[in-house]
Design a protein around this ligand. Structure first.
Ligand SMILES: CSC[C@H]1O[C@H](OP(=O)(O)O)[C@H](O)[C@@H]1O
Length: 352
């Protein structure tokens, strides 16, 4: 089973640049782009050239390094720190829901705050070291999620997934898809049903592509078919990713995930969420407090560039929804499996 092509990779020293797969072009074209300015990183996150909570966090961390390149060699430390705050605030404005973005930016700012004695040049190098660590740790977290999650999957299982929580959403093998890759690598026969995931079709464009690349059997379905494949007993488990998980275990993920969770409960099918600890936001008591990104109407009225609704049609386009903890059978993290999903068990796992 081949390795996943790297979603992103840093080039050079602290004055280097970030190369990333432009995911908006997949599956028709595999093209890597070079981001050499913080504005290019911001645009790549905003336009989902790079997307998925962990991948957004990793990219933003490198964006901080890039944003400080003009100051690193000749500014004083006060000016350097002011620019760091400015760059972090700018990147934080790219997308509001995936907590990994803010977790990564806060981690970069914390490293700077804890190393006030360093001159700008040395501090800049230290920030690159931290960004690389964030990427490397994410890769390890993906592998651990795969190991823990594969224990829940028996051979012969049909698994439904929504959106893309694969390697393209992370620095490693993904979260939900890491479980599938790990189960397949253990010789377990699985059949994946991938929701196309309107309106941006991350499931059709990205999840099918990843699974085909790695030789995992996948069947593409329309989002509206999820209930039918459950009713036909084609599916014995659902695994999705997450963009932000509140302290009580409510999990925010791509729009349509809540509906899938309700359907799974109605059919007595276990609904699993796979996410690293960097996707938890313990500052929020429950999922109703998670900011939900609303995106442009054109993503629906002119999906993939083809007009399918009258001009100026009223549109509601929330990019995420929240599956309440009571609909989630387990949350698979790099530290282990949270089950049942309760506030107490969430905190215990994250503090383990
Ligand atoms: C492993 S996080 C993947 C998560 O992110 C996706 O959202 P987007 O494509 O808008 O960045 C989706 O919610 C996935 O489950």
């Amino acid at each position: 089973m081949s390795e996943h092509p790297r979603t992103m990779r840093w080039n050079g020293d602290s004055h280097g640049w970030l190369t990333m797969i432009d995911q908006t072009l997949l599956p028709v074209e595999f093209k890597e782009i070079e981001c050499r300015t913080v504005e290019e990183i911001w645009e790549a996150i905003k336009m989902l050239r790079v997307r998925g909570a962990p991948a957004i966090g990793c990219s933003a961390a490198y964006g901080v390094v890039i944003g400080l390149q003009t100051l690193a060699d000749d500014a004083d430390r006060k000016e350097f720190d002011a620019r760091l705050e400015e760059v972090a605030t700018y990147l934080a404005g790219s997308r509001p829901t995936a907590v990994n973005l803010f977790w990564a930016l806060d981690r970069m700012k914390r490293v700077a705050a804890e190393n006030q004695e360093l001159a700008p040049k040395e501090m800049h190098t230290r920030l690159l070291t931290e960004a690389v660590a964030i990427e490397d740790e994410d890769r390890e977290m993906c592998a651990a999620i795969g190991r823990h999650g594969a224990k829940l999957i028996e051979s012969g299982t049909g698994i439904l997934t929504h959106c893309n929580a694969g390697g393209l959403a992370t620095a490693g093998d993904g979260t939900a898809l890491a479980v599938m890759f790990a189960a397949a690598a253990q010789g377990k026969e699985i059949q994946v049903y991938a929701d196309e995931t309107r309106p941006l079709l991350q499931g059709a464009r990205l999840t099918t592509w990843e699974l085909q690349q790695r030789g995992v059997p996948v069947t593409l379905i329309c989002d509206s078919m999820a209930g039918q494949v459950m009713k036909e007993k084609r599916v014995q488990a659902v695994i999705t990713g997450a963009d932000r998980i509140a302290a009580n275990g409510d999990a925010c993920n791509k729009i349509g995930t809540y509906s899938v969770a309700v359907l799974a409960k109605a059919h007595g099918i276990p609904f699993y969420v796979a996410a690293p600890s960097s996707t938890f936001d313990l500052s929020l008591e429950n999922g109703e407090l998670i900011p939900i990104e609303e995106r442009l109407a054109e993503e629906i009225t002119d999906g993939m560039g083809k007009q399918t609704a009258p001009a100026d049609t009223n549109v509601y386009n929330p990019a995420f929804d929240v599956a309440p903890a009571e609909l989630i059978d387990a949350i698979i993290t790099e530290k282990g499996v949270i089950r049942p999903v309760t506030k107490e068990n969430v905190r215990a796992m994250l503090e383990a």
